[in-house]
Design a protein. Structure first.
Length: 216
């Protein structure tokens, strides 16, 4: 998943499995709990989502915001063209615009109310993660939200057992365990933000080995 997998059944199965994990194991609710209180303060909420993948998290939040009378538009960024092709099918006619770009070089050209990055930071080295967080501070976006897995021995055991019981795809099982191993601990996660110059951020643990940091 860190390279450029071709469009095909294996990628579709893997992304669908990740969508199911997001839906049933906390990612959707984590995103909603963080974003909804902010979005409801806006008549038109403008959202930049980095490393959007299938864009299933923005799609879920956009739908729920619409049911609360909040219009949200999303720009999703990802560097994998095959993943973006599947994301376009998934988001359908929702107001989600998808762009192929490398986060190491991307610079926004429009204004946004929030920039987010969900469950992708563990794909970065600590040095690259700090560089990304530092660059995000220069974008003059009023709210920054990073959410990811939290590494721990218990998390590794739980994810390994869950994927063995529930997922048939060996790629998904491999990626899930590897993601936990690469993830940052709660302390490391906060240290990344501090080293990137984030001051006064709010760090929170979420259920099922997830964590987030928010800077206003």
């Amino acid at each position: 998943m860190d390279d450029h997998p071709p469009l095909g059944e294996a990628l579709e199965v893997n992304l669908e499995n990740l969508r199911q994990l997001n839906r049933y194991f906390g990612a959707y609710q984590m995103a909603w709990s963080r974003i909804a209180p902010l979005a409801k303060q806006h008549r038109h909420f403008r959202w930049l989502d980095l490393a959007c993948g299938l864009a299933d998290i923005p799609a879920y939040v956009v739908d729920r915001l619409a049911s609360h009378g909040v219009e949200a538009t999303v720009t999703g960024i990802d560097f994998q063209p095959a993943t973006l092709e599947l994301a376009k099918r998934h988001v359908g006619r929702r107001p989600i615009h998808l762009i192929e770009a490398d986060l190491h070089e991307f610079e926004p050209t429009e204004s946004y109310d929030i920039a987010t990055c969900f469950l992708a930071l563990h794909h970065f080295s600590a040095q690259d993660a700090i560089a990304l967080l530092r660059r995000m501070r220069t974008w003059q976006i009023p709210v920054l939200l990073i959410a990811d897995l939290e590494r721990s021995p218990a998390a590794k055991v739980a994810i390994d057992a869950l994927t063995r019981l529930w997922m048939r795809s060996p790629e998904t099982r491999h990626d899930a365990v590897l993601s936990i191993e690469r993830a940052f601990s709660h302390r490391e996660f906060g240290d990344l933000a501090t080293l990137a110059g984030w001051c006064g951020f709010e760090q929170r643990r979420h259920r099922l080995f997830r964590q987030s940091i928010l800077l206003r």
